[in-house]
Design a protein around this ligand. Structure first.
Ligand code: AMP
Length: 500
């Protein structure tokens, strides 16, 4: 017997000929076809010398073939390492140095650049999934592949998540972690092979890759695979869908469209939101417009999903719901001692969903776990009298813009290097569209005359788009506490209406 996640997804013979992926504008792909193509890809990867535990870095657009590549890594016992498509060459160099992948799969246009910064094998996959050397090499391969025999502690994936220090950490997720969460969520959200998921999330992140895709694999449900969130495509695809998963930004944008009503959304079985706080106001407005209560859940890269509002029972606006079966959750003080119900403290979790640690960072890993095995999430929360969890803030100074995490320190370090800058503070301010807008507040040297445009253009090629400040504000000095720390809460207060 093996705990290989792919074996678990593929072993029931049932429904293999049903549609797994339906990307608009091309022929649908059955489970059997997807598994076969993953077998061919697995042959290509291993023929290039990749062995069990080796990392396969992937920076390509969302496509059915990218999902086959993920399945191929599972089949061969390789570690799938997806990277945000917005990362620049200098950002990629860090991930390559840290993860030491055996193979890098990139878009054909990036082949030259990648060969300049990476010593291993570079394969290519076009944006539409229909071109590139990976496909060409797969063409002559057999679809049959002897799947690696694995234990539940073997690594399936590494997802990079930045830290408050600005250094990205690789969260190591095992086959056991991913299986437990897919199975629990499938049951909690009642997924069956009759479901059709409307998928508009990116697949280099835990939400679109593992929550959405793995549940459908576990349930043999179909996925309408949209390349990205596009409001016209969403309305075109809604009639055929039964479930949608999204970040709060999706729901805010859909609410701004007068076409959203009972008639268009009423047939849906479920709308799920996560990755960032969904305003209670958005939840209520959605219910009023569509007759559907959004189900909000809470998780993070390191832990998979921890809590969910119930499928049956009250879905409370502003709450992330109840701990999922198998996950223990507590609200603790600075020492990890559980606090009485109703008090605000650190959210800590333990369970088979919680990751195996940070890649090659044993000290960082040790620092984020309590002696009794609970992981310190960095999120502050409280539990109400019904047992529902409420997130009240982030202990770490994370900004979440459009569902993506942005760590201020990384941007501040780059701004501080610019000639004429004394110091900077990067904060998130409420933004209708993105949840939070990345905003830089800058103190200039006397006589320096930098403008917003100067700073934005200096960052343009050094940071992925979602991290670039939407606005740069100037001030003479920062508010500071007695220890000399910049009081970002006061800055957030001062500029809170900037994007209103
Ligand atoms: P990521 O690792 O990118 O998934 O980001 C995880 C972080 O997103 C968590 O630690 C939370 O701060 C935040 N988050 C995820 N889901 C929610 C939610 N439903 N409400 C509020 N914050 C959330």
């Amino acid at each position: 017997m093996t705990d290989n996640l792919f074996t678990r997804f593929s072993s029931p013979a049932l429904h293999r000929n049903r549609v797994f992926l339906a990307p608009p504008g091309r022929a649908p792909v059955t489970f059997a076809q997807a598994f076969d193509q993953a077998g061919r890809f697995a042959h290509v990867l291993t023929a290039h010398g990749a062995k069990k535990g080796d990392r396969v870095a992937v920076q390509v657009e969302k496509s059915a073939e990218n999902i086959f590549l993920y399945l191929a890594c599972l089949r061969a016992g390789l570690v799938y390492l997806p990277l945000n498509t917005g990362y620049t060459a200098s950002e990629l160099s860090y991930f390559i140095g840290d993860a030491e992948p055996a193979i890098f799969v990139c878009a054909p246009r990036d082949w030259n650049m990648l060969n300049g910064i990476f010593q291993g094998t570079v394969l290519t996959l076009g944006d539409d999934g229909a071109s590139g050397s990976l496909l060409a090499e797969a063409a002559g391969q057999s679809p049959d592949f002897a799947d690696a025999v694995l234990g539940e502690d073997d690594l399936a994936s590494i997802l990079y998540t930045s830290g408050t220090t600005g250094v990205s950490k690789g969260a190591m997720l095992t086959h056991g972690n991913l299986w437990s969460n897919a199975d629990v969520l499938r049951q909690a959200w009642r997924f069956t092979h009759d479901d059709v998921l409307l998928h508009a999330l990116p697949i280099f992140h835990i939400h679109g890759l593992f929550v959405a895709t793995n549940i459908c694999l576990a349930a043999r449900a179909s996925i309408i695979l949209l390349p990205k969130f596009d409001i016209e495509e969403i309305f075109r695809s809604l009639p055929a869908a039964t479930v949608m998963m999204g970040v709060p930004t999706f729901y805010v944008r859909l609410l701004q469209d007068p076409r959203l009503n009972h008639e268009r959304a009423g047939h849906m079985r479920l709308f799920v939101s996560g990755s960032a706080p969904l305003l209670a106001e958005t939840h209520r407005e959605w219910s009023a417009r569509t007759g559907q209560a959004i189900l909000e859940r809470y998780g993070m890269t390191e832990t998979n999903m921890n809590t969910s509002n119930p499928y049956d029972g009250a879905r409370k606006p502003g709450s992330v719901g109840l701990p999922l079966p198998g996950t223990s959750l507590r609200i603790a003080d600075d020492e990890g001692k559980p606090l009485p119900q109703g008090e605000i403290g650190m959210i800590e979790v333990k369970g088979p969903n919680v990751f195996a640690g940070y890649w090659r960072m044993p000290e960082k890993t040790a620092a984020e776990f309590r002696a009794d095995g609970f992981f310190i999430t960095g999120d502050l929360g409280m539990i109400d009298e019904d047992g529902y969890v409420h997130i009240v803030g982030r202990a770490k100074d994370l900004i979440i813009s459009g569902g993506f995490n942005v760590y201020p320190k990384e941007i501040e370090s780059l701004i501080d290097e610019l000639p004429g800058v004394t110091e900077s503070a990067v904060i998130g301010l409420p933004h209708k569209d993105f949840g939070e807008g990345v905003t830089a507040v800058v103190v200039l040297n006397k006589d320096a005359a930098l403008t917003q445009a100067d700073i934005q253009s200096a960052l343009k090629d050094r940071l992925a788009k979602f991290k670039q400040p939407k606005a740069v504000l100037f001030t003479d000095q920062f508010p500071r506490n007695a220890l000399g720390k910049v009081q970002k809460n006061l800055l957030r207060q001062t500029y809170k209406d900037l994007y209103a």
